[in-house]
Design a binder for this molecule. Structure first.
Ligand code: ZN
Length: 142
């Protein structure tokens, strides 16, 4: 089973509608059990866009690269995780953490590239961590 097939199976098994969109930021809509995320492989790109490349806003991504595929699969799993996990306090930092942990737990495998994606993403939300004032966003450690 490929990473892409695995993502689609998890979505289907959990009743989540999966939409692939290269040009929009990946996002989960837990209320409607819908996830919009980047194509994991070239096969996920809607066929009409391949037939009409002029409708693409940007060049097709290079999806022959394993690291890129792992990155995209990790993001897709994370968005699925947003539909299937929640934090009682609805705190953004914890919602991100829970969704990433769900992704890691349910992944076909978890590569260093995927873990790097998880860590990088959580770092980007670090200023939302409890106890860190929003007025003082954490800076990248030197
Ligand atoms: Zn998230």
């Amino acid at each position: 089973m490929t990473l892409s097939e695995h993502v689609k199976r998890l979505a289907s098994d959990n009743g989540i509608k999966l939409q692939f969109n290269e040009h929009k930021r990946p996002r989960a809509y837990p209320a409607t059990f819908t996830v919009r995320t980047w194509p994991v492989t070239r096969d996920d790109i809607p066929i009409e866009l391949i037939k009409h490349p002029e409708r693409l806003l940007f060049a097709l991504p290079d999806l022959s690269d394993d690291t890129n595929i792992a990155f995209r699969a990790a993001v897709a799993l994370h968005e699925l995780g947003h539909c299937l996990t929640d934090h009682p306090g609805n705190h953004r930092w914890y919602r991100e953490l829970y969704a990433w942990n769900w992704a890691r737990k349910h992944a076909l495998y978890w590569s260093p590239a995927m873990e790097a994606t998880r860590r990088y993403s959580l770092k980007s939300y670090a200023w939302r961590r409890p106890g860190v004032p929003a007025a003082f966003p954490m800076r990248e450690a030197a």
